[in-house]
Design a protein around this ligand. Structure first.
Ligand code: SDX
Length: 431
């Protein structure tokens, strides 16, 4: 490698040569824009559907090495955080960029705990949904409605105001998620219990019935907290890209996070965990796996929970979740679908169709088995993804707001439609 960090590009249409600087392994698309401009063309642009090879931002929040299966939040390996930290401490780390002191942690936990309540008008709003509304639809709508309760949130340049909204969103997501769940079950909404920890309070709002005080199983609360840590952030994934794109218009954080929830809802993204459970149930028994695999190869099926845009190795989160299965099943009993999932994984990891495409289990492949064992219906699985991802989305949104390089997201296109047609009035067209 020479020390020259430039690209010499020759435009064979004109014979012109251009020196393009290489910075951090990228060339700036705007530098390519000079190519051809002198000759009266609009200048070269980059065409990259789905942004498969395009960096949209600089970020210090999360580092992923897809080939090595590495995931770090603010430089800390996910394995260490999952084993030794808590979700609220990880949320602090993502948002503030460093681990909290004792005092900072106590203040953070206090602030989050005392913002878990939601305005009674929002509760009435949620009760207006059909009895069988999908919890993700309710969550997306109620987070969007939150922006109407805090109009000051539009003051995105004010650090105090930003912090207040970040605390509110992290605090209220479990409440809104749990109420969406209770609504679908036709059960009364349970108010937050501020004596409980973040995961314990979530379990209480989900499962408390007539008992005076919900008594959460600490093993299940711990497993949920680890799952929250694993789902907290993942650099520029589809939903984070949505949060940043919408946030680039300088709208309030509730509206930006709503865009993230909408993107996460899709079966190719956060909705995959729900799709995995439906897939495993559809396969039904190990004997049906070979036929299903054939269906995948013929393009009639997709092996949900497998594959990743970045990981071309085992998703490190899947490894940890697989271990967490054992802890949860100790309490709940083994999920019978685990055997099908393990056999599916064994076959896929040996089959050239998957190996050649570097398709490995991702975060969604095993998480649904735990959620089902915890008595969550599949419709709730993506809600369980959105709740912890809120801290990651907000950490990324904060970076966006303060990033001097960022502008409103407005990509180019390659136009393929008609041009300069003559309009024929309806009277003539329909005569
Ligand atoms: C998440 O980006 C993130 O970080 C996301 C996430 C996060 O934390 O935010 O990690 C969370 O979304 C995890 C992914 C969950 N989605 C699924 O499990 C759905 C199943 N997976 C695929 O749809 C797919 O793998 C994606 C969407 C995850 C990635 O798609 P890419 O990068 O666009 O890859 P591709 O679709 O171009 O696939 C490359 C090849 C294709 O085959 P060919 O056209 O070359 O013949 O692999 C095939 C695909 O058909 N392929 C699959 C497959 N995934 C890819 N074939 C069968 N089953 C699959 N799951």
């Amino acid at each position: 490698m020479t020390e020259q960090n430039t690209l010499t590009v020759r435009d064979n249409r004109t014979g012109e040569e251009y020196e393009i600087p290489i910075t951090d392994g990228t060339v700036r698309a705007t530098d390519l824009g000079q190519i051809g401009r002198a000759e009266g063309t609009p200048g070269l642009a980059v065409y990259d559907p789905g942004f498969t090879n395009t960096a949209s931002t600089r970020s210090a929040v999360t580092y992923i090495d897809g080939d090595k299966g590495i995931l770090e939040y603010r430089g800390y390996p996910i394995e260490q955080l999952a084993e030794k930290s808590t979700y609220l401490e990880v949320a602090y780390l993502l948002i503030h960029g460093e681990l909290p002191t004792k005092e900072q942690h106590e203040q953070w936990v206090h602030d989050i705990t005392f913002h878990t309540f939601v305005h009674e008008n929002l509760k009435s709003f949620m009760q207006g949904f059909r009895y069988d509304a999908h919890p993700m639809s309710m969550l997306m709508s109620s987070v969007s409605a939150l922006s109407s309760f805090y109009p000051e949130a539009s003051r995105i340049k004010d650090p105090e105001v930003r912090h207040e909204q970040i605390v509110r969103l992290i605090a209220k997501m479990p409440t809104l998620g749990a109420w969406s769940f209770r609504h679908a079950q036709g059960k009364p909404y349970v108010y937050p219990d501020n004596d409980l920890s973040y995961p314990e309070n979530f379990l209480s709002m989900l499962f408390k019935m007539s008992e005076q005080k919900y008594d959460p199983d600490p093993r299940l609360a711990k497993a949920l907290d680890v799952l929250f840590i694993l789902h907290a952030d993942h650099e520029q994934n589809c939903s984070t890209n949505a949060v940043r794109s919408v946030g680039s218009s300088q709208v309030d954080p509730y509206s930006s996070v709503t865009a993230g929830i909408a993107a996460l809802y899709g079966p190719l993204h956060g909705g995959a965990n729900e799709a995995v459970l439906r897939m495993l149930k559809r396969i039904g028994k190990k004997e049906n796996i070979p036929a299903f695999i054939e269906g995948v190869k013929n393009g009639d099926e997709k092996l949900m929970g497998f594959g990743h845009r970045v990981y071309k190795n085992y998703d490190p989160r899947a490894t940890i979740i697989k271990k967490a299965c054992d802890d949860v099943f100790e309490v709940t009993g083994v999920n019978p679908l685990l055997e099908i999932a393990q056999e599916l994984e064994r076959i896929a990891l040996e089959d050239d169709y998957f190996v050649s495409r570097k398709l490995y289990p991702n975060v969604d492949f095993y998480s649904g088995l735990i959620y089902e064992a915890l008595q969550f219906p599949p419709e709730m699985f993506t809600v369980l993804f959105a709740i912890p991802r809120t801290s990651g989305w907000l950490a990324q949104w904060l970076e966006l707001v303060d990033d001097k390089e960022q502008k409103i997201a407005r990509p180019k296109q390659i136009y393929t439609g008609d041009r300069q047609l003559t309009y024929v009035p309806q009277s003539e067209r329909w005569a």
